[in-house]
Design a protein around this ligand. Structure first.
Ligand code: SF4
Length: 473
């Protein structure tokens, strides 16, 4: 059963936000500008959503934001523990910040998120990166105002709060979202699955679901503020509600969100294949606002590897679920996560992974080379394949998938699609960019005043990862 942070505790933090705002006003009088913050996020959507809360608290405290750490008074990195390269990037950044802080010792550096909830990482920060002022885990995110105030006013160094991975749920924290038309809504935190390669259950703790009332209230509030697309987030949304006393599961929650007037599109992630029920497939098919898109990570195609990964399903189970999904929603767009080079994976095992791609025909895949995570069972296993073989397999995977993705996108040419406009394209400022119901990226010419609107676009050209089109009336 999820525990909630006491309202009084949230009010105390709001008090700290107010106090920082006062300091900020004084700072602005002296310096002609308020304090500037720079935030950076590593990892998954849940982390992005957490950063939106950090930025919400900073915004309420009067901070303005800048894109580079060099010009910031406060730098906060929200980190990820899932892959080693994200950790290396953070340590690289900390090295750069050390030099900046030598010339500007008043700069405040905070590191939060999953990565710092590993003891060896915190030790490394303490020993090598003592210029970091605040270190706090995901459970202590709502306490950031208190820590920041302490550091600013008492010059109290090394605030470290990483103890509790099964954190209480904190509601009613200010949030500054990246988009106004679409929003992430976390419905649960943590994970109970203990896939053998994954560090998440150790750093984010066991599953804790928010009540349906809390989720629905947040969605209604978002709609009142003009948001129309909701993405429900959780490490495994399919087990939503198992820890709640109310009679609820994810399929029921989906139907409830579908009933909210003003919501136009509903997405969700991530969905564990073993918990994808017939009830949920039916709810997806029957709810007209639920997008025709499913991200269902299979991770590996060989049953031997799936067993070693402790995934709880076989390739046959997985394919049967895909068959049911396609039967109910033939137009669905499918995506998946794939790990290449799990320690026990042989070249023969890998062929089964390629076979999965060919059988399912995903629109898109997120592929990763296995990253050894200290403290997980898989970290003790010996590798069968060499680095070269693993990289070679990874390249083959991309080749096979690129061909499938292009073929899938080609089928869109000539169709008129409804696109929710995200804004000006990041790659070409003369183009707008948005997404179809099936989450295809569509680029087209149009006025940026269309941002946040649903428009019809005729698809003219298909690339591997995106589509080009023209606005239709
Ligand atoms: S389901 Fe498995 S891979 Fe996903 S977060 Fe949980 S343990 Fe990690």
């Amino acid at each position: 059963m999820a525990e909630y942070v006491d309202n009084k505790e949230i009010e105390i933090q709001k008090g700290y936000i107010y106090k920082i705002k006062e300091l900020n006003n004084r700072f602005a009088v002296q310096n002609g500008r308020p304090m500037r913050a720079n935030t950076e996020t590593y990892g998954c959507q849940q982390n992005e959503n957490d950063t939106e809360r950090i930025r919400g608290m900073l915004h309420e405290a009067g901070f303005e934001f800048c894109d580079d750490a060099e010009n910031a008074d406060v730098v906060i990195y929200n980190t990820c523990a899932v892959r080693e390269n994200a950790e290396q990037k953070v340590f690289g950044r900390l090295g750069i910040l050390k030099h900046i802080k030598e010339s500007r010792p008043e700069m405040i550096i905070g590191i939060c998120g999953c990565m710092v909830q590993q003891e060896h990482i915190t030790e490394k920060i303490k020993k090598i990166h003592s210029h970091v002022d605040m270190v706090f885990g995901t459970h202590a995110l709502y306490k950031m105002p208190e820590y920041l105030y302490e550091v600013i006013t008492k010059n109290k160094k090394s605030v470290i709060d990483i103890e509790d991975s099964d954190g209480k749920i904190a509601e009613d924290i200010p949030i500054l979202r990246d988009y106004s038309q679409k929003a992430w809504v976390s419905i649960m935190y943590g994970c109970n699955n203990f896939c053998s390669y994954c560090i998440v259950p150790y750093v984010r703790g066991r599953e804790r679901s928010r009540t349906s009332t809390a989720v629905l209230n947040e969605v209604k509030q978002l709609v009142e503020n003009g948001c129309t697309e909701i993405c429900l987030l959780g490490q495994n949304v399919n087990s939503y509600g198992k820890d709640l006393e109310e009679d609820i599961n994810f399929a029921k929650l989906l139907r409830m969100v579908n009933d909210i007037e003003g919501v136009e599109r509903i997405r969700f992630m991530t969905s564990h294949p073993k918990d994808l029920s017939d009830e949920l497939i039916l709810a997806m098919a029957e709810c007209e606002k639920v997008c025709r898109q499913l991200h269902l990570p299979f991770q590996a195609g060989s049953n031997e590897v799936l067993k070693k990964m402790n995934r709880g399903y076989t390739r046959e189970d997985y394919l049967e679920k895909i068959r049911k999904v396609k039967e109910k929603m033939p137009d669905i767009s499918l995506s998946t996560d794939v790990i290449v080079g799990f320690p026990t994976e042989t070249n023969e095992d890998f062929e089964w992974t390629l076979d999965m791609l060919r059988q399912v025909e995903y629109d898109n895949i997120f592929s990763f080379i296995y990253s050894r995570r200290e403290g997980t069972p898989a970290a003790k296993l010996d590798f069968v394949l060499s680095d070269d073989e693993i990289h070679n397999n990874f390249n083959r995977l991309l080749e096979v998938q690129n061909e499938i993705s292009k073929k899938k996108n080609d089928a869109y040419v000539g169709r008129i699609e409804t696109v929710l406009v995200d804004g000006v394209s990041k790659n070409d400022d003369k183009m707008l960019s948005g997404r179809t119901d099936t989450s295809k990226i569509v680029n087209f010419k149009g006025d940026k005043s269309l941002t946040g609107k649903y428009v019809k676009v005729k698809i003219c050209e298909a690339h591997t990862w995106s589509l080009n089109g023209v606005l239709v009336d």
